[in-house]
Ligand binder design. Sequence first.
Ligand code: ACO
Length: 444
Amino acid sequence: MAKQSLTITDNRTSKQYEIPIEEGGVIRAAALRDIKLNPNDFGLMSYDPAFINTASCKSRITFIDGDRGILRYRGYAIEDLAEKSSYLETAYLIVKGELPNLKHFKTWEHNIKVHTMVHENIKKFMEGFRYDAHPMGMLVGTVGAMSTFYPDAKNIEDLESRRLQTRRLIGKIPTIAAYAYRHTRGLPYVYPDNELSYTGNFLSMLFKMTELKYEPDPILERALDVLFILHADHEQNCSANAMRAIGSSKVDPYSATAGAIAALFGPLHGGANEDVVRMLMEIGSVEKVPAAVKSFKEGNSRRLMGFGHRVYKNYDPRARFGKKLASEVFKVTGENPLIKVALELERIALEDDYFVARKLYPNVDFYTGLIYQAMGFPMTMFPVLFAIARTSGWLAQWAEMVRDPEQKIARPRQIFIGSAPRDYIKMDHRPEPESREERVSDSI
Ligand code: ACO
């Protein structure tokens, strides 16, 4: 077998270095530090804004092969889980690494359900948000505030504490999300009903009115559960990276999760399905689709939202389920009229040379917004639903990071391109700048 190493010649010194190739195709960036001009030199480092080609961890949780459109949690195909599993079972798999047997699942379900209620002060805390507060903003603030309710969570090296906080967070996040929604509507908060399923209870906390017991529609309950499965983890994306980076300072998991939710709040991450719906509303009718596709290609206005992915260069496997679920949900809710525009967009784009050449396929967000809209969710709730599902993934990523002996506090390097050393001049001795650029060289 060929030697698993890389030989580098430094043309500045003509010295040669041998760097091991690990895991079938990985070099350690730290190995570059040995390549020096002289013993006092810092050595080489790699420059990789946005981590385009840098692995920050070794992980056993989620596998993605973007070229072939494969997504697996702990080795199980997303298609299998979406068809046969429930969100709570998938959350167990993601957090613990194996599928549970019946006894373990019952215990897990019980242990999550005993945590669905939140402290009354959390309820009061949420009442303090403005009537028009964005539910994602409320989620960030409230999950962050949970660290003050559970100070024991700071014991992150303690396995039992990690398990407890994990169960608490998975149990409470739907309650906080539902309270945020009810707050925006001016409706009284609904307490959890643990006789219902995890997702059924969430629907009850959202939509229960005066009826004594809320009975979720089984098709909508299952559809939302499947959508939760599809969003449960996606390896090292922006919010998982935030969870790990914040958690690497050894802060409690509530603070780290609040940071991960904040990362998800951004339009480039959790907000794309909202943009899809807005785009479909703007296009408005099937007849206008060809002209819209033309404008996406010309790059005059916006991109075709819900198409393309940094990792998937094939049909996002989650998008297939989105499409299927949409038709099931519409049987109950009535058809979302925008689906016709979406289907025509997909049909034309998948036949168009521009999209084919760039391997642009529908991503998970292309259909989910339409489903959520048909189920009665306002667009501001779309990323909140994502956050509920992703909580199990974030916690699994966090626990893996905490246990990994190779991890340290996340601390990237920089390439300093600022001023050379200069002397401090007293304010009244400073010359008048000639231009605005001279006055503020780095404007925020
Ligand atoms: N519509 C039109 N053209 C596109 C699109 C699109 N949706 N996506 C990419 N392209 C084009 C780019 O203009 C570029 O063309 P060029 O080579 O002629 O310059 C080429 O395809 C490659 O695009 P990049 O921006 O380099 O691809 P990248 O991997 O950085 O971007 C991204 C991925 C951000 C998802 C992009 O495809 C996009 O903006 N899509 C629309 C937004 C969206 O749906 N986001 C949700 C992603 S899924 C999620 O976050 C859960």
